[in-house]
Design a protein around this ligand. Structure first.
Ligand code: FES
Length: 107
């Protein structure tokens, strides 16, 4: 069944409202870059998009390769990464971490 233009207008009016996405700011201290992103973006993904080198391997929180020092701020993990339990205090797994508000990373 083809939709007429009036059907399309009715359907678009019935869409549920978009949930606002919170933004976060990541300061990459060594690189001198301050990036605004959404709170659901992974810090490693933001770094790679901006050309900031952070080593990585598994990208799923298992190996610890992507760990970086969290200088300031808070993060949340989008999963329960295995390697997080073996980190030194102040270190985070950037492949699994999402910034809350403003964070400063030593990268
Ligand atoms: S890349 Fe393996 S824990 Fe992040």
């Amino acid at each position: 069944m083809d939709l007429t233009s009036s059907d399309s207008e009715i359907n678009s009016q019935n869409n549920t409202p978009e949930i606002p996405v919170k933004t976060a700011t990541i300061v990459f201290a060594k690189s001198g870059k301050t990036i605004t992103c959404t709170e659901n973006e992974l810090i490693l993904d933001v770094a790679e998009r901006e050309g900031i080198p952070i080593p990585s391997s598994c990208r799923s929180g298992n190996c610890g390769t992507c760990q970086q020092k969290l200088i300031e701020g808070q993060i949340q993990y989008n999963n329960n990464p295995d390697a997080a339990k073996d980190l030194e205090p102040g270190m985070i797994l950037t492949c699994s971490a999402q910034a809350i508000n403003t964070v400063v990373i030593d990268a």
